[in-house]
Unconditional design. Structure first.
Length: 171
């Protein structure tokens, strides 16, 4: 009789153990959600940037808060002269504590003066106004094309540090 009671006890404990495990699983639900999101960032009465996204999810209630754009972003950035520069990606996430933005999927930056950067993943450090990636990239500037893996650059492309590059340069 003891032989039959032990297997039943183990089956019963396994079921309860799975229930106990579920208690420690936290569901990742946003505290806010916006559809057809359109944000205009202004400073001293001037529009500095416009961010447009089909969906924005707000996870500001978490220990490491973030904002997610699961359907991508289109950002228009205006410089001091009013020139427009464009940033697009299929996915983006912004971490408020670290001030880092991660862009993924067909990431593209186009500047008003014809520069273009293409990659699959790119990070932007908002505090230092610095972009970086360790992924393959393609950089085009007035007929010159640079392909490589790994690049760091300032938001205005004036300071550029490339790694493992090849390409053509034309004057």
């Amino acid at each position: 009789m003891l032989f039959f009671a032990a297997p039943l006890f183990l089956v019963s404990c396994e079921s309860n153990f799975k229930e106990v495990q579920k208690i420690n699983i936290t569901e990742l639900n946003p505290v806010g959600e916006a559809q057809e999101f359109n944000l205009k960032y202004t400073d001293s009465g001037k529009i500095k940037a416009v961010l447009v996204s089909p969906q924005m999810l707000d996870f500001s209630h978490l220990e490491f808060p973030f904002t997610e754009f699961p359907k991508g972003i289109n950002v228009t950035i205006y410089d001091d002269a009013g020139n427009q520069n464009f940033v697009t990606s299929k996915y983006a996430i912004s971490y408020s504590v670290s001030n880092i933005i991660e862009l993924q999927g067909n990431v593209e930056i186009k500047t008003h003066d014809g520069k273009k950067l293409e990659t699959e993943q790119l990070y932007y450090d908002q505090k230092n106004e610095w972009f970086f990636t360790q992924k393959p990239f393609r950089f085009t500037d007035r007929g010159s094309v640079i392909n490589g893996v790994g690049i760091d650059f300032s938001k205005d492309f004036k300071n550029l540090d490339t790694q493992q590059i090849n390409g053509t340069y034309s004057l």
